[in-house]
Ligand binder design. Sequence first.
Ligand SMILES: Cc1ncc(COP(=O)(O)O)c(C=O)c1O
Length: 474
Amino acid sequence: MSVAHDTTALRSTAAPSQDTASAEARPSAHSGAPQAHLQVAAPSLVPSTLAAGLTCRALDGRVVEHANLDHAASAPVLAAVKQAVDIASQTYASVHRGKGYASQISSGSYEAAREEVARYVGAREDDIVIFTRNTTDSMNLLARALPTGTVVFVYDSEHHATLLPWPQAQTARLPVPYTVRDAEVSLEDALSTIPAEHRLVVLTAASNVTGELWPLERLTRIARDHGARVVIDAAQLAPHRPVDLESLGADWVAFSGHKLYAPFGAGVLAGRRDWLDRAEPYLAGGGATQEVSPLRTSWHRGAARHEGGSPNVLGAVALAAACATFRRHGEAIEAHESALFARLREGLAGIDGVRTYSIFGEDHERVPVITFTIEGLEADLVATALSLEHGIGVRDGRFCAHLLVDELLRREGSDAPAAVRVSLGLGNRLEHVERLIAAVRSLAANGPSRRYTRDAEGAWRADGHEVVAAPSPW
Ligand SMILES: Cc1ncc(COP(=O)(O)O)c(C=O)c1O
């Protein structure tokens, strides 16, 4: 989509170590909204991101702080991640491919990153951590490693990354449930009626559409009672809470660094090694091989088998630094986000014409993600107006979860083809949430403040708004 801000006004100040509590107390040029009633975590305990201080120019000419309410898509870089990457860059060299000093350090950092990630996911002694590009890559890797004849059980509500990699003829699709009990019954029924030597149940920890937490313990127990294995998509949970493979009794977990404030191109598949050791290498090439002769190639076992090519050591270091930061500050992060989220939900609930969506019911526990529609306004127009008029970034569409979004809209009797998603994270302050609530209230009551028309590519354009190309960072 080509709608962009007037980037002449784009500025990013160098990562101020964000003092969350005092930021809340600062008077806001924007809202005049209530500032004092939330309990925010002690400032030093909420890690800061490099996006703090980014400003943009709204259509009426005001320069405002960019309110990024789209953390679920990709989260800004944590200051601690950047610091770790800067340090690792000073000794950057090949991994497991050299005897030189820098190579030794880089190789050591890469393996230490594996251990840090293993801790974050509660890996068992014999589990392996494979660095991939992202969750999509991790799920596709596991799909290629399924023993012949494996039947896969997956709910229609999954993100496409987790819905689609499995062999279609061997996949049992379960409907989007209405309740937790519903989810249990359909899994129980499917496992009772579809036998196979190997079975894999695919679960998502937190929905990328509604933020709702899936009942992982209960569903994993059902899978295990039927002798099935479980893979968990933790792409949306990992940026808020850790996953514990061991205590859950799940077999694999996958997540993405770029959603965990570590956007340096690394993701993870962690868990049991047996299927992975028996599978063909995911990426055939150097690093995965033990020995190559004219007639035969033998492959490593363990993570190296599926990490062909030169490893992304800075990505792995970034991901590990994010995991370490989350392990240290988990409670403060959760307190910060849940206070802001409570205010967001309360604010949206009070606006006429705004409808929010859920799978298991409005009271179900969630990470700070919410999806809504405004009666009579198209979702992409709402997202465009929030950006151009208010400096607020959100996501619109069906969020790579078409089956789920279609179903939720249908259940609520909405004729909207798409929705708007707001997702909070470490970069947010109360002012961002208040600004969003005020903007949505105004949109619901009066519509956008400018006239918008669609351009030839279907993107909304505001009258009088010139799109300026973004400056290259290099
Ligand atoms: C729940 C969930 N699973 C998987 C993915 C895919 O992640 P990635 O695009 O990093 O591969 C996403 C991305 O939005 C997601 O939200």
